[in-house]
Design a protein around this ligand. Sequence first.
Ligand SMILES: NC(=O)c1ccc[n+]([C@@H]2O[C@H](COP(=O)([O-])OP(=O)(O)OC[C@H]3O[C@@H](n4cnc5c(N)ncnc54)[C@H](OP(=O)(O)O)[C@@H]3O)[C@@H](O)[C@H]2O)c1
Length: 271
Amino acid sequence: MKDYKGVLITGASSGIGEAMAIQYARTHGDKVFLALTGRNVIRLQNVRDTCVSYGAKVEIGIFDVCETETLQKFVLRMVNDYDVDVIVANAGVSEATLKRTTYEESWKDLFDVNVTGAMNTVTPAIPIFKKRGRGQLVVTASLASFYLYTAYGASKAAVKRAFEALRVELEPHGIEVNCICPGLVDTRMADAIMDGAVKQTTLASLVPTVTSYVLTTSAQASEIIIDGLERDVECICFPRHQYYLVALMSSLPERLQKLSWSLFGVNEKFE
Ligand SMILES: NC(=O)c1ccc[n+]([C@@H]2O[C@H](COP(=O)([O-])OP(=O)(O)OC[C@H]3O[C@@H](n4cnc5c(N)ncnc54)[C@H](OP(=O)(O)O)[C@@H]3O)[C@@H](O)[C@H]2O)c1
C-alpha cells in the first residue's frame, strides 16, 4: 500500500468521490489527511464525519469548482499546509444531472466544470510536486470519452487527452498522472442518466433484469480505482466488459456504429 500523507478529492459529497474518501479513511485511518470538496454542505459534512470515525483527519471545502480563485487557493493551502500528495479532480456533471436542453448551455456548463474545473484543480500543485519530486494527479474522465454524447463525451475526451500528455510531461519529475474511465456507476449521476435517455431506449427494458451487469456500485468502483492508482495504471477503465464493448463499437464500420449507438440511446436530442 502506498504511503499517502494527504489526498484531495473534489466532488467528494457523493458517488465515486465519496466512496474513494471513505475507502482511503477506512484503509489508512489516522495516517491519512483528507481534503474533500463539494457544494452540498450536509452531504459533504456526512462524508467528513464518516471519514473522521475511521480516524482520518479531514478538512472540507464548500465551493463550486468554477470559482477558480477559491479552488486554487484551497488546493495550494492543502498541498502546502497538509502535505497533500494525491489530487483527484473528480467533480463532474453530465447533460442529465444539469438537465440542460440546448447544445449551447450544455457545451458551456459541461466544459466549465469537467474540463476547466478539473485542470484548475491539479495545475496549482504542479510546481510544488516538481520541487518535491513526487505526487499523483488524477482525473475522473469516463468510458464516454471513447464514444458519443456531444458535450459530455467531448469534455471527458478532452481531460483524458490532457492528462495523458501531463503523464509524459511530468514523469521525469517523479509525478504520477492517471485517468479514471468508469462505465455506468450507481451514483446520483447514473440515476439522472437512467431516468432520461437510457430509459427511452431498447436497453431500458433490460435494465431491471441486468442492473448488476450494467451498473457498478460506487464502493466497487473505488476499490478498482484505488487499486489502479496504487499500481500507477495510466488509464483505469472499468468494468472491463463495458470497456471492451465501447472499444469494439468505436472500431465498427459507420453503419454498424450508428446502429449500436442508437441501441444505447446515447445521442443527445436537443432542438
Ligand atoms: N456515475 C457514472 O456512471 C459515471 C461514469 C463515468 C464517469 N463519471 C464521472 O465520475 C465523477 C463523479 O460523478 P458521480 O457519478 O459520483 O456523480 P455524483 O454522485 O453526481 O457526484 C458528482 C460530484 O461532483 C460534484 N460537483 C458537481 N458539479 C460541481 C461543481 N460545479 N463544483 C463543485 N463540485 C461539483 C458534486 O458535488 P455537489 O453535489 O455537492 O454539488 C458531487 O460531489 C464525475 O466526473 C462523472 O462525470 C461517472
